[in-house]
Design a protein around this ligand. Structure first.
Ligand code: BG6
Length: 479
């Protein structure tokens, strides 16, 4: 069992939502499972007025809320190792105080985490360098939260600044989808078995579908979403990462360099996303839920897309001719993230059937009920040949009797171990932006109204026609 290296873990913006919902629960879980080095110091840095005591009390409250089996006894061991430093993100005095505090801890290695609004990432990097916080006997690693830029140009600019301050090996760009159990299992499924590789290409696969459906609306993020929209929020990052995990060639080693090299090749083989390959939607009031335009921080005539269904093509020998259909939206029927590989029907069917033969499917469920299902045709017992659908089902919950760690728990441990495999490299993020830029440029012009869909539905009709026009259809995530 790997245990994190001894270090100070500094969280910029510790008083924000990410700290409360994800980072502290993850650090607490690592501490509770014996994965955190016992001498780890957690240092919160933010602008609000707090003392060590008031920060600890605030964090305790949020742990009670977000950790189902919160245990006060183990918190009592972790809490005294949490300290607070008040400072601005462009404030040299604040960074100097942080530096002095770190000297006092005697911890030479440090992880610096940007849980702040993205506008201050660059000034944090410059502030760190300004006081020499990046120079020490131990390691210094900077973790950059999403969103990484708002377009290709700003992502390049951010990379340029970060790389003036740090080496690429010190930078950990987060995409928490990579640390989801099923996303990681995808690599194991493909590269630790021989069963799937021969059918993992345009020879057998008809199309691939990725769905990321969310029932929530804006939850107070209306202002952010007005700028981001669904393409920047989840397509440029999470969904493209899932596409890459499905489409990449087997790496020679499962390490940061080999895996990221293979993923970049996929992005480079992707045709840039044109507007005519996308259906964009926006939810309207229904089922007692407000429409997007009624959400706080959203313009009453906003044309921002809260839903998109897009058709990606990967132009290489393995995937040419296989459409990757990817859809995601807010205020949909329920929560589900899944990947479906739909296989071709056999070239000849020797049975007389009274209905069309359904294609075989491999379904990878990220949420809910993490697991894998294979759907295929089987014979109904009895005389004659009658077919029905059969499922082979693997569920993490019933196979492994242990809780699935939250993605952030895995990611924070990896940063403390120095393993960047689940993080994105500079060229990788830029390649991802390159793929979505034509659609983003088009969207920013706000030329057309999006397709409207009812809150609580499965998105606009046009997303369905996009597939039925090709003789295909979406696989429902909850079937
Ligand atoms: C975030 C997006 O990156 O991912 C959110 O900004 C989205 O809009 C979230 O809700 C989804 O993550 P998960 O882990 O709940 O599927």
């Amino acid at each position: 069992m790997d245990r994190a290296q001894r270090c100070a873990f500094i969280i910029f913006g510790i008083t924000g939502d990410l700290g409360a919902r994800k980072l502290l629960p993850a650090l607490y879980a690592l501490h509770r499972n014996g994965r955190l080095h016992p001498e780890t110091a957690i240092i919160g840095y933010a602008r609000s007025d707090h003392t060590d005591g008031s920060l600890r009390a605030k964090l305790e409250k949020s742990l009670e809320r977000f950790v189902p089996d919160f245990d006060r006894k183990s918190w009592a061991h972790l809490a005294p190792r949490i300290h607070y430093i008040r400072g601005g993100y462009a404030d040299a005095a604040g960074f100097a105080t942080l530096h002095n505090h770190l000297k006092g801890t005697g911890l030479e290695s440090r992880i610096l985490y940007t849980a702040t609004p993205p506008e201050v990432y660059e000034s944090i990097a410059l502030g760190i360098v300004g006081v020499g916080l990046n120079r020490s006997e131990g390691f210094t690693r900077l973790v950059i939260e999403k969103p990484f830029g708002t377009d290709l140009e700003s992502a390049r600019e951010l990379n340029r600044t970060l790389l003036q301050c740090f080496n690429e090996e010190q930078l950990y760009r987060i995409d928490h989808y990579l640390a989801k159990e099923t996303a990681q299992n995808l690599a194991v499924l493909r590269f630790a078995n021989t069963l799937f590789e021969p059918i993992w290409s345009n020879r057998s696969v008809d199309n691939i579908q990725i769905t990321m459906a969310e029932p929530m609306g804006m939850e107070g993020r209306g202002e952010f979403y007005e700028q981001a929209g669904v393409i920047r929020d989840v397509f440029q990052n999470h969904l493209l990462q899932l596409v890459a995990l499905i489409a990449m060639e087997p790496p020679s080693n499962y390490d940061a360099t080999s895996v990221r090299n293979e993923k970049v090749k996929v992005f480079d083989a992707m045709a840039p996303l044109k507007p005519d390959r996308a259906v964009l939607g926006q939810y309207v009031a229904s089922n007692g839920m407000p429409g997007y335009r009624e959400e706080k921080g959203v313009a009453p005539d906003s044309r921002q897309a809260t839903f998109a269904a897009v058709h990606f093509d990967i132009l290489n020998w393995r995937w040419s001719g296989v459409p990757f259909f990817v859809r995601s939206g807010k205020r949909l029927e329920g929560k589900a993230s899944q990947i479906v590989l739909q296989f071709k029907v056999p070239p000849h069917i020797p049975f007389t059937l009274d209905r069309d033969l359904k294609p075989d499917r491999l379904i990878l469920r990220l949420v809910p009920n993490e697991g894998i299902t294979i759907r295929f045709n089987g014979k109904v017992p009895g005389q004659g040949i009658d077919l029905d659908r059969i499922s082979l089902n693997f569920s993490y919950g019933s196979r492994f009797n242990r809780p699935i760690p939250d993605a952030y728990e895995t990611l924070l441990l990896d940063v403390m171990l120095g393993d960047a495999t689940l993080f994105m490299r500079a060229d990788e993020v830029e390649s991802q932006w390159r793929v979505v830029m034509p659609l983003i440029d088009h969207l920013d012009l706000e030329l057309e109204e999006p397709h409207f869909y009812s809150a609580g539905s499965l998105g606009p009709k046009a997303a369905y026609t996009m597939l039925t026009e090709q003789g295909r259809h979406w696989y429902r995530p909850w079937d």
